[in-house]
Design a protein around this ligand. Structure first.
Ligand code: ADP
Length: 325
């Protein structure tokens, strides 16, 4: 189980941190993936563009290879049971532990005029989403580690208080380290809300992709053989490893180690490999968005499938809680 907020175009971080694993998992697991529209209300209360954004995120998921026939792909707000479970979990979550969450502290810094209770309880809603389907594996990027820890805490707390209903959910990346895709400006993770020039979006036109990559920070190059790369250069190599062939990566690694690297060539190659990676996805997204009938069918079918699973869990929840009068 996993989800992505409809707060803007998806970027490479969303792809390599999350969606790539969704696609890998769809063959072997019973999967639930959602567009987290309720979560987006914590920071984007204006719902005017929401429908368009929800459609875009769905189309982007499908264009990346997710098959709505194989997985349950749905909108969070269509599954009312989520809100009910969120309410129960809120009684088990302590204000003190929520206030310590790193993402809460970041968000209140970014939105000082809108520190709403939904922001504080964001990890509770996320836990409700996950355990609603009694999910065990949660494909997410490294930034979500702390939230997953909280989901385990709330699931265990519920089980101890009322009775065993939920398995422990764990972050999933095929037994590998969780992924963090760096931002192009050399600082922090790539994200939807930071500087638009430092993220590569799946909707970016070819020329925009090339321009963004060429602007990535570099320097005069190493002066000592086999020296450690500064973070902003390591970031460029991280991106290269994601989209370029092993031979290309090896060549530039050797150039760096032998102090004869030309960053202009490196960025040109990275730009072309990014274009080759992103442009087929962008074109598929446009095709899917032009087929509203298909998208509507996906949305209706997703809601139906998700609610079957949600209802089954909530029957167990109400039973163990003794809410039967
Ligand atoms: P954003 O942070 O861009 O708003 P979301 O919070 O909706 O994105 O996250 C959706 C998914 O994408 C999560 O699983 C998150 O871990 C993953 N993700 C987002 N940014 C990155 C990144 N830079 N590197 C790896 N994974 C990421």
């Amino acid at each position: 189980m996993s989800g992505i907020r409809p707060t803007g175009y998806l970027h490479l971080g969303n792809y390599f941190g999350a969606i790539r694993n969704y696609v890998r998992m769809q063959e072997d697991y019973d999967c639930f993936f959602m567009v987290a529209d309720l979560h987006s209300l914590t920071t984007h209360p204006d719902t005017k563009g929401l429908k368009q954004n929800v459609h875009r995120v769905l189309a982007e998921n499908i264009a990346c290879g997710l098959d709505p026939e194989k997985v349950t792909l749905y909108c969070q707000s269509h599954v009312f049971e989520t809100s009910e479970l969120y309410l129960y979990l809120n009684m088990l979550a302590y204000v003190g532990e929520l206030e310590k969450t790193v993402t809460f502290k970041d968000k209140i810094r970014q939105h000082p005029n809108n520190v709403n209770a939904g922001l504080l309880t964001y990890p509770v809603l996320q836990s409700a989403d996950i355990i609603l389907h009694r999910a065990k594996h949660v494909p997410v990027g490294k930034d979500q580690e702390q939230h997953l820890e909280m989901a385990r805490t709330f699931a265990n707390r519920f089980n101890h208080r009322y009775g065993e209903v939920f398995p422990e959910p764990k972050a999933f990346n095929n037994n590998e380290e969780l992924v963090k895709v760096p931002s192009l400006d050399g600082s922090g993770k790539m994200s939807k809300s930071e500087n638009q020039m430092s993220a590569l979006f799946l909707a970016d036109e070819d020329e925009v992709i090339r321009k963004k990559v060429m602007k990535a920070k570099t320097d005069a190059g190493p002066t000592e053989e086999n020296s450690k790369k500064p973070d902003y250069i390591e970031n460029i190599f991280t991106l290269l490893r994601l989209v370029s062939s092993a031979d290309v990566v090896k060549k530039f690694e050797q150039n760096y180690d032998q102090c004869n690297i030309r960053y202009g060539d490196l960025k040109k190659q990275l730009g072309e490999d990014m274009v080759a990676f992103i442009s087929p996805i962008r074109e598929k997204v446009d095709d899917i968005l032009n087929d509203q009938k298909y998208l509507n069918e996906v949305i209706i079918q997703g809601a139906e499938k998700a609610r079957v699973s949600a209802r089954a869990t909530m029957t167990l929840v109400r039973d163990v809680m003794g809410l039967r009068y």
